[in-house]
Design a binder for this molecule. Structure first.
Ligand SMILES: *Cc1c(COP(=O)(O)O)cnc(C)c1O
Length: 362
């Protein structure tokens, strides 16, 4: 089974740990002697309730989420949070700060402007989103309802290496593409959200971690499904939650624990990404456009500077077993997404392949 798998550098949906897929496979028709698949169970059943509670407790332990935070399992992807956040939080003062460092924070900003005044705390468009602004460059408003940023820019390959200092203004953070890749001080945040399909589970689940004092100020017209307060009260089960994805997340959480937790994930993240960046910085053919201190540990963006050669690289890489290396259409070039499930071996082999390609194409 394993031998047929390729090295999959997809940005999302992306690789899941093989052990988790195999475990899910072994239980797919009969979970824990229930005679049913998790896909076939009532979400109100005792069995599923315990899956949900175990997943929640597992995530809480793994991420060291303090007791004054709730964990929600929602749908609609990270993108629905772009609206859900302002619908629930904007009424505090009618304005919010947005740091725009790439595609997704730009989309979040555009969505939030429908619900209040959005100030641009930073905009890295001036250098094509190849860097993360420093703390002293952020323009923050102490009366903002919240400060918003995206911790890892999946498309541009940049990652924040610090948590912004915002005083009493709650921080809202999109961690879709770097959640569970290193330990995070949750207490510094108001809301953390993440679409699961990058580093947690299959597409269809959104994890939201929210400080308990924040919900309850939604606009009157807020749909019930987009009301954090309702979802907290109903423990993510106002309606049918994405049951199977919650189960898969539970398996992934256990897998990370077995590997040594988030400290171990951070170590592997460093190992994988420095293999690639060290090679890129010494290559005569490939270049990484991102400023060194802003580089993402999850999404490594690079190119040869020649579109035709890039296209040939992507197609030859695929023939050699390295899939989904084409960069996002808005950036071009290549991108290697190296989330938790990517073995270090896969990155080593990719670097060897790149070296070889360079020799042949000098
Ligand atoms: C993929 C991604 C999104 C969009 O996620 P959806 O779940 O498809 O809505 C948003 N933000 C970041 C950082 C992402 O990587």
């Amino acid at each position: 089974m394993a031998s047929k798998r390729v090295y999959n550098f997809s940005a999302g949906p992306s690789m899941l740990p093989l052990e988790c897929l195999e475990k899910a496979g072994s239980e797919i028709t009969n979970f824990n002697n229930t005679g049913m698949s998790v896909m076939e169970m009532s979400h109100r059943s005792k069995v599923f309730t315990s899956i949900l509670q175990e997943t929640k407790a597992g995530l809480k332990g793994l991420m060291k989420i303090p007791d004054n935070y709730e964990i929600l399992f929602l749908q609609g992807g990270a993108t629905l949070q772009f609206a859900m956040v302002p619908m629930n939080l904007m009424s505090r003062t009618g304005k919010a700060d947005y740091a725009i460092t790439g595609n997704f924070s730009g989309l979040a900003y555009n969505e939030a402007r429908k619900y209040g005044t959005c100030n641009t705390a930073a905009d890295t468009k001036d250098r094509n989103h190849t860097y993360i602004p420093a703390q002293q460059e952020l323009i923050t408003d102490k009366d903002a309802s919240y400060f918003y940023y995206c911790a890892n820019n999946t498309i541009y390959g940049t990652e924040w290496k610090y948590i912004p200092e915002t005083g009493d203004v709650p921080i809202v953070c999109d961690m879709s593409s770097n959640i569970l890749s290193c330990p995070v001080d949750i207490s510094k945040y108001g809301i953390i959200f993440a679409g699961a399909q990058k580093n947690m589970s299959p597409a269809g689940l959104t994890v939201v971690i929210i400080r308990k004092d924040l919900p309850g100020r939604q606009f009157d017209y807020t749909p019930v499904m987009l009301n954090y307060e309702v979802m907290i009260k109903k423990d993510s089960m106002h309606n049918t939650p994405p049951c199977y994805n919650i189960y898969m997340l539970g398996l992934v959480v256990k897998w990370i624990e077995q590997k040594g937790g988030l400290e171990a994930m951070e170590q592997l993240k460093k190992e994988r990404s420095s293999l690639l960046y060290d090679f890129l910085d010494n290559s005569g053919l490939f270049k990484c456009p991102v400023e060194p201190d802003s580089r993402s540990g999850m999404n490594v963006v690079f190119s040869t500077g020649d579109n035709e050669l890039d296209t040939r690289f992507v197609s030859e890489a695929e023939k050699a077993g390295f899939f989904n290396l084409k960069g996002h259409r808005s950036v071009g070039g290549m991108r290697a997404s190296i989330y938790n499930a990517m073995p270090v071996e896969g990155v080593k082999k990719l670097v060897e392949f790149m070296k070889d390609f360079e020799l042949k194409n000098k």
